[in-house]
Design a protein around this ligand. Structure first.
Ligand SMILES: [Zn+2]
Length: 446
């Protein structure tokens, strides 16, 4: 706070940048100059290696599945304020041949209905975050049990079955134990549950643990409350389980060709952060195995915000296509590029994405105004700086051949199937927030 004016001396005015001695630094000066008078960029400063896409041989993928989710937290009025969080995820499929007949700018509702009929399923649940008592136990116990029950509740437990299929590698001829995890009661290390187990006991405190505890939601909570990272992580895990449920069912389908003739689209990056990353090795192993036995699986994740999206936004205009009829261009981002050009931290000590990513990054520019950040799996991870290149991304040619027919012209850089999945998973299809608030204000908090 500046001193105020006295009777004898004038007051001190709030310091302007010009009064700081730090301005004498050449670096600070240059920062301020560039901040105030940005130089118009005339070329991509990151020297992105764009490739013109020229494949004539690749077949577009016939089927499309997309998944998306959302969550909303609602607080009650009054003190102490109660807080609940609703999570919803949606999975939908469409026949690409039908999508081609839809006007992407002004889709006719009846056409949309035709594409969508019987083709979407959704999942929803609710978590207590704060100040909600249940007669069964603490908030911590309530969330653990809600997670265990709600993963199982829809569609006769097929999503839960998928969790077991991934965790125990049931696609393999030699299934394995689950990854090890911290006991939710005493934090002792539990060396994995035996193949196909739904529950087990901690060797240390002998209390019961669930397979869903292995995922690690409890590490985000404390006894009385949970932060929004719990519903947000639950949403990501359910999106993953829903998408992989289709993959699992097609994997075991009698028509072996269907799986590799399908595009799977997830909203957001193919990343699982912190404790949730223990599922990443299983996903990579499966995708690598599928590739090696000649059944490649085509998956993309689309990043609509974040550091990659911001970076692409600043450089997209420098590359083709600059005219309507120019060809699609793409750039596969190596680990080296990601560090030096996107994060601008060349000396990170861990190989980029080693623990958390099950897809690598790429930029695609479709037309003068449409560009996207996509993630595509490679199967096994490789920590080389030059990794990945376009040959490493599973099914890149068929994916790039398919995507132009899925671009929406309603929103910039949007994919039509994600837009539709988003419509189903979004808050607008929840009860209105007034009703949610009422729900969270039951007099005894039950
Ligand atoms: Zn224990």
């Amino acid at each position: 706070m500046p001193y105020s004016q006295g009777t004898r001396l004038p007051g001190e005015s709030a310091s302007k940048l010009g009064h700081l001695s730090v301005i004498e630094s050449e670096w600070v000066n240059s920062l301020i100059n560039d901040f105030e008078y940005p130089k118009a960029q005339i070329a991509d400063p990151s020297n992105t290696l764009w490739t013109e896409f020229n494949s004539l041989s690749a077949e577009p993928l016939r089927n499309v599945w997309a998944v998306d989710g959302s969550f909303v937290s609602v607080s009650s009025d009054g003190f102490p304020s109660r807080e609940l969080s609703f999570v919803k995820t949606a999975l939908l499929t469409m026949d690409r041949a039908k999508i081609d007949t839809i006007d992407k700018e002004h889709p006719h509702p009846l056409h949309l209905q035709d594409v969508m009929t019987g083709s979407a399923i959704f999942h929803a649940t609710v978590f207590p975050l704060r100040n909600i008592r249940t007669s069964l136990g603490s908030n911590y116990e309530a969330i653990r049990n809600i997670i265990k029950d709600s993963v199982k509740v829809d569609e006769n437990g097929i999503f839960y079955e998928t969790l077991k299929w991934i965790v125990y590698q049931k696609w393999s001829s030699v299934p394995t134990n689950s990854p090890s995890f911290g006991c939710p009661h005493c934090m002792a290390d539990i060396q994995g549950l035996p193949v196909d187990a739904d529950r087990g006991h901690c060797g240390e405190c002998h209390k019961e643990v669930f397979l869903t505890d292995m995922i690690g939601f409890h590490l985000d909570m404390d006894e009385d409350s949970a932060p929004e990272s719990v519903p947000s992580a639950y949403m990501l895990i359910m999106e993953l389980l829903m998408l992989f449920t289709v993959i699992r069912l097609l994997w075991h389908h009698t028509d072996k060709s269907q799986l590799s003739d399908t595009l799977f689209i997830k909203d957001g990056p193919l990343t699982l952060r912190s404790q949730y990353s223990k599922l990443v090795p299983s996903l990579r192993d499966f995708l690598e195995h599928a590739k090696n036995v000649g059944r490649p699986i085509h998956i993309i994740g689309q990043e609509k915000s974040g550091v990659f999206f911001d970076h692409l936004s600043t450089i997209a205009r420098f590359t083709s296509p600059k005219e309507r009829n120019d060809k699609l261009h793409y750039a596969v981002l190596s680990h080296d590029y990601v560090r030096k050009e996107v994060y601008r931290m060349p000396d990170l000590s861990h190989p980029y994405g080693k623990r958390t990513n099950w897809g690598e990054k790429m930029y695609v520019k479709f037309d003068p105004h449409t560009y996207m950040v996509l993630n595509i799996p490679t199967g096994a991870y490789n920590e080389e700086n030059s990794f990945p290149s376009s040959e490493d991304l599973i099914g890149l040619e068929r994916i790039l051949t398919t995507l132009p027919s899925l671009i929406s012209h309603k929103h910039e850089g949007a994919l039509f199937p994600i837009e539709l999945a988003n419509g189903i998973a979004s808050m607008s299809s929840y009860p209105s927030s007034k009703i949610l608030q009422k729900f969270s204000q039951f007099p005894d908090g039950k």
